[in-house]
Design a binder for this molecule. Structure first.
Ligand SMILES: [Cu+2]
Length: 93
């Protein structure tokens, strides 16, 4: 029984850590000189933001050289001083 409880705790805690939010979007513009990009994004559940086109920051360490306007992507972000910085970016196939 103790083993089962420990296993359950492990599953619950690890799923909490792994639960990252992916948001689908489309790149509109990339401005690497200013570390900014504009994307059309879908509804973002975690911050209840409706779908819209808006600017994002590009997190340091994120390379966007392979991306261009029109690319369909999914991304993760963090909120920094009220702006959303893209931290992880992937092309959708
Ligand atoms: Cu938005």
């Amino acid at each position: 029984m103790k083993k089962i409880i420990l296993a359950l705790i492990f599953v619950l805690s690890s799923s909490a850590v792994v639960a990252v939010e992916w948001v689908n979007g489309e790149i509109v513009r990339i401005d690497t000189a200013r570390n900014r990009m504009v994307m059309k994004h879908e509804y973002i559940a975690s911050i209840k933001m409706n779908a819209m086109t808006m600017p994002f920051g590009i997190s340091s360490g994120l390379n966007v050289d392979a991306y261009k306007p029109g690319d369909k992507v999914r991304f993760q972000f963090k909120v920094v001083d009220g702006t959303l910085d893209v931290t992880v970016l992937e092309k959708l196939k």
